[in-house]
Design a binder for this molecule. Structure first.
Ligand code: ATP
Ligand code: GAR
Ligand code: MG
Length: 389
């Protein structure tokens, strides 16, 4: 045990959404000081942090200014869209970047992490190829086969992603991917469509001076490439859990550092197929706010600070269901909260995002149940009772 760890620490959070908000709460419960940074004011994590800064996190100068001003002990990325080359510089100056600056650089775009997993580590992934023009996409689509999934190399939460079932749909998928790609990237990945039985997130906690540990797998359901519901535990065999743990260990070892990773897998009848990973808390892991003795944000914090994690316990079958906006608005209010909270073992989180647009995640319902089925039904019912006005 490392008794020389001294608190409080100064943590700079790059990205201040709902995941960051819960992380800040965990950090402050141990008295730490948090600077929340994002591209817009009043972001969820800013509402609970010690102070906040609004900058473009893709701007090296913007990052330099806030890091110079605050001199944090740790930089904790909360989103992918960060000028990660600049993080390498901060790391060289002695600031700890979570999990490491290189890891954030590898996972910023889909191609680098895919190459690491598939080419360097020999891990099974969906068959894939890349394209930088429509003509290339048509050729690669035929090599990968139909149906396939086209995604911008730079995007998250399903943005710009489409399932393509024949040649006639390729052009539409290309235009959609390019229009929704982050930055000016023109590169897309085409993946074989995996007809999975279930997809899971394996929360993997990499520690500085202790072995890597895992949470019970989380099952989830996605629409438009974005998570709708998640539940824990996911019903998969011990053997497949072990396989996914071995793959997660291999990839996170290659990335290094410390912190929680959300490692995503497609589970088919016979196989465990690696999809991608987040080097930080995962949206589907929000369910751990109700399901575990230590939630994913507390686990991330402990791993970052080098504090012990003696035991992770799944308390009871649990689920989360998202509360999405349906229209554009700059003035947000919710009704139905009392009704949603009237059932036993149901809780909600409203993120406090200052504006809404169709499908923006504004909150989440959480529930425990006798089994996963009951927990899912309770969470979905509670989420459906909340209306955004
Ligand atoms: N090759 C595939 N075969 C079948 N389904 C897929 C495939 N790729 C993606 N999907 C579906 O789309 C979802 C989102 O894909 P992916 O995780 O690659 O996107 P993302 O934009 O990185 O999402 P997030 O940032 O929320 O993790 C997956 O969870 C899965 O449901
Ligand atoms: N799949 C990644 C994910 O869930 N990220 C979470 O969503 C926020 C952005 O939300 P916004 O797009 O509504 O601003 C991010 O800041 C993070 O908390
Ligand atoms: Mg994903």
């Amino acid at each position: 045990m490392n008794n020389s760890i001294k608190l409080p620490k100064k943590l700079m959070l790059l990205g201040s959404g709902e995941l960051g908000k819960e992380f800040v709460i965990a950090a402050q419960r141990l008295g730490n000081y948090v600077i929340a940074v994002d591209r817009y004011a009043d972001a969820p994590a800013m509402q609970v942090a010690d102070c906040s800064e609004v900058i473009s996190m893709l701007s090296a100068d913007g990052l330099e200014a806030v890091v110079t001003e605050y001199q944090p002990d740790f930089i904790v990325p909360e989103i992918e869209a960060i000028r990660t080359e600049k993080l390498l510089e901060f790391e060289q100056r002695g600031i700890t970047v979570i999990p490491t600056a290189t890891a954030t650089n590898y996972t910023m775009n889909r191609d680098r992490i895919r190459e690491l997993a598939h080419q360097e580590l020999g891990i099974r992934t969906a068959k894939y190829g890349y394209a930088e023009t429509l003509a290339e996409l048509i050729t690669i689509s035929h090599e990968v086969g139909f149906p396939n999934v086209v995604k911008p190399v730079m995007s998250s939460s399903g943005k710009g992603q489409s399932v393509v079932s024949s040649t006639s749909e390729v052009e539409k998928a290309w235009n959609y991917a390019i229009a929704n790609s982050r930055g000016d990237s023109q590169k897309v990945i085409v993946e074989e469509f995996i007809n999975f039985e279930i997809e899971i997130t394996l929360l993997t906690i990499k520690q500085w001076n202790a072995p890597t540990i895992f949470c019970s797998p989380i099952g989830h359901r996605q629409e438009r490439g974005d998570y709708q519901e998640s539940w824990q535990p996911a019903a998969i065999s011990e053997d497949k859990i072990l396989q996914s743990q071995q793959i997660a260990q291999k990839v996170t070892d290659a990335l290094g550092g410390a912190g929680i990773f959300g490692v995503e897998f497609f589970i088919t009848k016979d196989e465990v197929i690696f999809s991608e990973l987040s080097p930080r808390p995962h949206d589907t892991g929000i369910v751990t706010l109700i399901s575990q003795n230590l939630n994913e944000f507390e686990l991330h914090l402990r791993a970052i600070l080098g504090l012990p994690i003696p035991h992770i316990e799944l308390l009871k079958a649990s689920a989360s269901a998202v509360i999405l906006a349906s229209e554009k608005s700059d003035s947000i209010a919710f009704t139905g909260v009392a009704d949603a909270l009237s059932e036993k073992d149901v809780d909600i989180r409203l993120f406090g995002k200052p504006s809404a647009h169709p499908y923006r995640r504004m909150g989440v319902a959480l529930a425990k149940g006798a089994d996963v089925q009951e927990a899912r039904a309770k969470a979905t019912k509670a989420a459906s009772k909340i209306t955004i006005i």
